[in-house]
Design a protein around this ligand. Sequence first.
Ligand SMILES: NC(=O)c1ccc[n+]([C@@H]2O[C@H](COP(=O)([O-])OP(=O)(O)OC[C@H]3O[C@@H](n4cnc5c(N)ncnc54)[C@H](O)[C@@H]3O)[C@@H](O)[C@H]2O)c1
Length: 270
Amino acid sequence: MAYNLLKGKKGIIFGALDEKSIAWRTALRCHEEGAQLVLSNAPVALRMGEINKLAEATNAPVIGADVTNMDDLKKLFEESVKHFGGGIDFILHSIGMGLNVRKGKHYTEMDYEWNKKTNDISATSLHRVLRTAWDLDALNEGGSVVALTYIAAQRVFPDYNEMADAKALLESITRSFGYHYGVKKKVRVNTISQSPTRTTAGSGVKGFDGFIDYAEKMSPLGNASADQCADYCVTLFSDLTKMVTMQNLFHDGGFSFTGVTEAVIKQMEK
Ligand SMILES: NC(=O)c1ccc[n+]([C@@H]2O[C@H](COP(=O)([O-])OP(=O)(O)OC[C@H]3O[C@@H](n4cnc5c(N)ncnc54)[C@H](O)[C@@H]3O)[C@@H](O)[C@H]2O)c1
């Protein structure tokens, strides 16, 4: 059901790779709620061609940008402002890549060159995006920026590997830049800490299948889906959450504050 919560708003959605992507689901929901969109992803992801289906469904142009490249980001923001005929109201940063994770390197044997790239793509990129918007004064007063994170930034989940450190940095940049953008232009910056979700990035984590079942059993409401995450993003982009900023917001069915559940105890007693 649509509520017109984003009527007249304009946003950039980073990170829609395929229809399972959290960014893909969010773009569809934002469109449904009346927003105008620009879609962006890394040039290598665009070559897959999948995103063109989303572009058609949401009537949005696709502008490629590698988030580690400031020239790409500048071009993306300039072209977006031109396309919208004015400033941007919201941004979704739905980007992650762990090179050590991908190449099966254990946390204790980390390759530091890969790790630098992981942190740049997954965390510093949020600073780069905010900085580009700041320099071009591309975000409207009261705008909203959301990035996606995971609870491994705050508690140990061993197989999440270097991505735990990257997410901790992402959450810190959210607070630090959120402060400055709040003072400058009442722009909100928040992270959503999402349940494990079956996507390309999610499934790259070792032992993901066992883990997603465990999280389901450990959450009073069960795991939150990508579509439910999209709903939550819509609320944060809307005018109904104008005073929420610099927060890490758990969207995990209660997992983060649960010590144990009957379902897990039953499993242990088997
Ligand atoms: N899936 C989960 O279990 C889960 C849980 C919590 C948080 N998250 C986070 O949600 C976000 C979205 O991931 P997803 O699960 O939808 O997976 P996904 O694989 O669909 O999305 C990740 C996106 O990052 C993009 N990307 C990678 N390198 C890039 C670069 N250099 N420049 C621009 N874009 C680049 C990819 O092309 C892809 O579209 C990530 O930040 C992820 O860490 C995922």
